[in-house]
Design a protein around this ligand. Structure first.
Ligand code: ZN
Length: 323
């Protein structure tokens, strides 16, 4: 018999906001709301924001509570998805070893699961999004950082302690730029949005101000250069900007090659704002794989854009209730 409980409440916790939404069993987001996250205040204040986001959903959708399978929560790591404890995330310093899943269960009397952003978004793509029809999904979000998630047969691969799939911190160059994690040459230190802007600025400095469109688009300020501005300069025919994004594609291809040699996923899904900017280069990346992968059939693996955009957190959190 089909369950009456066919909705999930997804809560997406970030460094500045908590978004919460109702998601049906096909992955459609029916309703969503958001509140500010006081991530640098007390643990209680942080939890009060989560509580008020969830209560705001119930206030607007009072009938939803009886239809809920559970409450899924995604948050920045490190966290323990097996126990639902938030460990010591740099972006949410209010929580240190905070038992978030237990607290949500205690307050609302509804089962709750917690996982990190990358794993949760990967699961939503695998069961409802661009990964539908594929058994083994590798998901990467390219944005301010690079997050990742691995889903095998509809289940998140967590590793021994829940810390697997830190794909953004695979290094491709031990002489490379220092990453926020402390390592050198992580793909995040080359291809996150800020890293793309940094490489463009390095090229500008080396080339002199010259003819590039990048600085005028940034209002003349190198501090204002972003990956989006680099992409806009490419659209306006800027040579240096185009070289920056081609190089980004080539760096990503090395990394994708490593992932394929280790996991050989059926599909590689890219989410996040930088993925949109890079989607025109997926073909180039596929061609480059021959140089960076021992797998002779690597070029067959589809590279696709994620279905969920800024809603990936809510959808991902809700997907956790469908495990
Ligand atoms: Zn790193």
């Amino acid at each position: 018999m089909k369950s009456e409980r066919n909705l999930a409440l997804g809560v997406d916790i970030g460094g500045t906001k908590v978004a919460a939404g109702l998601v049906d069993e096909s992955g459609n987001i029916l309703f969503q709301t958001r509140v500010a996250m006081p991530a640098r205040e007390s643990a209680e204040a942080g939890f009060a924001a989560v509580q008020s986001a969830i209560e705001a959903v119930f206030a607007t959708q009072p009938s939803a509570k009886s239809l809920l399978k559970g409450i899924g929560i995604c948050a920045p790591g490190p966290l323990d998805p097996l126990t639902g404890v938030i460990l010591n995330p740099p972006n949410v310093p209010c929580w240190r070893n905070f038992p978030l899943a237990d607290e949500v269960r205690r307050v609302f009397g509804i089962s709750a699961r917690v996982d990190n952003d990358g794993n949760a978004a990967a699961l939503a793509e695998a069961i409802w999004g661009a990964g539908v029809g594929y058994r083994n999904v590798f998901y990467a979000t390219l944005g301010t950082g690079i997050g990742a998630g691995v889903v095998f047969d509809g289940r998140i691969y967590h590793g021994r302690t829940g810390s697997a799939a830190e794909g953004g911190h695979l290094t491709i160059d031990y002489h490379g730029p220092k990453c926020g994690c402390g390592k050198r040459g992580c793909i995040e230190a080359f291809c996150s949005g800020p890293a793309i802007a940094r490489r463009a600025k390095e090229k500008l400095a080396a080339a002199g101000r010259g003819e590039s469109r990048i600085l005028p688009l940034a209002g003349g300020s190198t501090d204002a250069v972003t990956a989006e501005i680099v992409a806009e300069a490419v659209r306006q025919g800027d040579v240096l900007a185009a070289e920056t994004l081609r190089e980004t594609a080539d760096l990503l291809a090395i990394w994708v090659g490593n992932v394929i040699d280790l996991l050989e996923p059926d599909v590689f899904i890219f989410g996040g704002g930088v993925a949109q900017l890079m989607s025109g280069f997926f073909g180039r990346m596929q061609e480059q794989l021959a140089s960076w992968c021992v797998n002779t059939r690597a070029g067959e693996m589809p590279m696709v854009l994620a279905k969920y955009g800024s809603d990936a957190g809510i959808a991902g959190a809700a997907a956790l209730c469908h495990l």
